[in-house]
Write a protein that binds this ligand. Structure first.
Ligand SMILES: Nc1ncnc2c1ncn2[C@@H]1O[C@H](COP(=O)(O)OP(=O)(O)OP(=O)(O)O)[C@@H](O)[C@H]1O
Length: 316
């Protein structure tokens, strides 16, 4: 088990009949072993592409990415196959795509262990299928072990897909939309299963549109326009400074400061930074030193009767 993820300036481009689609435009991201991370963000922002890269299913066009000891840009095809068989568990979107319909739940997990065995992992190193099914809450549910995927409820099927991805005890679990099309009860069971997996020491990275799933993960990383646009931890939101110094503004702030807005950027002695739109100052008025603004509770800052919005953000 390792489960570490490091991305530096990660770029991916889809090439389509004369067009280049830049799906990832420089992702910088570190994930520590045992973290649970939700990848959030608008449709088309690059979440699934990032997951596919971390799974070694596609190759970076530029930049660096490592998963555990594997350098995803330099690894050979067989290195990547070994990584998927031993280090990484992948849950594709749609539970059925991860399961063999004619095998029982227990047989599905056992079958998934074959790839690890083929890469030299001994039977003794692999978990018992029943333990994996217990981890995702499927053991002891009305004889579920002997049932085939179509005999399970949608939520149980999704948890079986998690169990199949965990069959070789990977350090990193990657799951694409594991709760789509589930009702709230089944979704909560999947969230609980993911938390059990994380507690057992596996790093969990989940692509999701569901805020409830996002909140169930320890860390929320928002992908916007192919980059890390923001982060949340313990309910607090942070903007993230990119390697070129750019910052994605949160949507509500972007509505106040549309693209093209000229800003004065003032570092302040207390460690915060003031972003003051140039249009906020009256024509011909002096530039007010940032540390002379007096922020008010309602988000404005006053000085000598002049109102200047205060967009100061904590710099962690
Ligand atoms: N196979 C493909 N060929 C060409 N372009 C693609 C392909 N797959 C994705 N893209 C494009 O790459 C960009 C990122 O797509 P991606 O699926 O990674 O985003 P996403 O955030 O996962 O979106 P969603 O939430 O809708 O699944 C989008 O502009 C998308 O249109």
């Amino acid at each position: 088990m390792n489960g570490t993820v490091t991305c530096r300036g990660l770029v991916y481009i889809y090439r389509l009949e004369g067009y280049d689609v830049v799906a990832l435009g420089g992702v910088d991201l570190d994930i520590a072993p045992g973290e649970s991370v939700a990848l959030l963000g608008p449709s088309g922002s690059g979440k699934s592409t990032l997951l596919s890269l971390l799974a070694g299913l596609i190759r970076p066009a530029a930049g660096r990415a490592t998963v555990g000891e594997t350098d995803l840009a330099k690894a050979s095809e067989s290195d990547l196959a070994r990584m998927r068989a031993t280090e990484v568990g992948v849950v594709l979107q749609g539970a059925e795509r991860n399961l063999l319909p004619y095998l029982t739940a227990e047989q599905n997990v056992r079958f998934a262990q074959r790839a690890a065995r083929a890469h030299g992992v001994s039977a003794a190193e692999l978990p018992a299928p029943r333990d994996v099914l217990a981890l995702v809450g499927l053991l002891g549910v009305r004889g579920r072990l002997r049932q085939r995927p179509h005999e399970l409820t949608p939520g149980e099927r999704q948890r079986l897909a998690l169990a199949v991805a965990l069959a070789h005890k990977p350090g990193l679990l990657l799951a694409d939309e594991p709760t789509s099309q589930l009702d709230s009860v089944a979704r909560d069971e999947v969230i609980a299963a993911l938390e059990s997996v994380r507690r057992a020491g596996t790093t969990v990275v989940v692509v999701t549109h569901d805020p409830e799933v996002g909140a169930g993960m320890g860390r929320q990383v928002t992908i916007r326009d192919g980059r890390v646009g923001g982060e949340g931890r313990l309910g607090e939101e942070f903007a993230v400074v990119g390697r070129d110094g750019s910052v994605h503004l949160p949507p509500d702030v972007l509505a106040m400061l549309p693209p093209g807005t000229r800003l004065r950027v003032h570092p302040r002695p207390d460690g915060t930074v003031l972003l003051a739109p140039a249009h906020a100052a009256q024509p011909g008025s002096e530039v007010v030193p940032a540390d002379e603004y007096e922020p008010e509770d309602d988000g404005t800052a006053y000085r000598r009767g002049q109102i200047v919005p205060d967009y100061s953000r904590e710099v962690a």
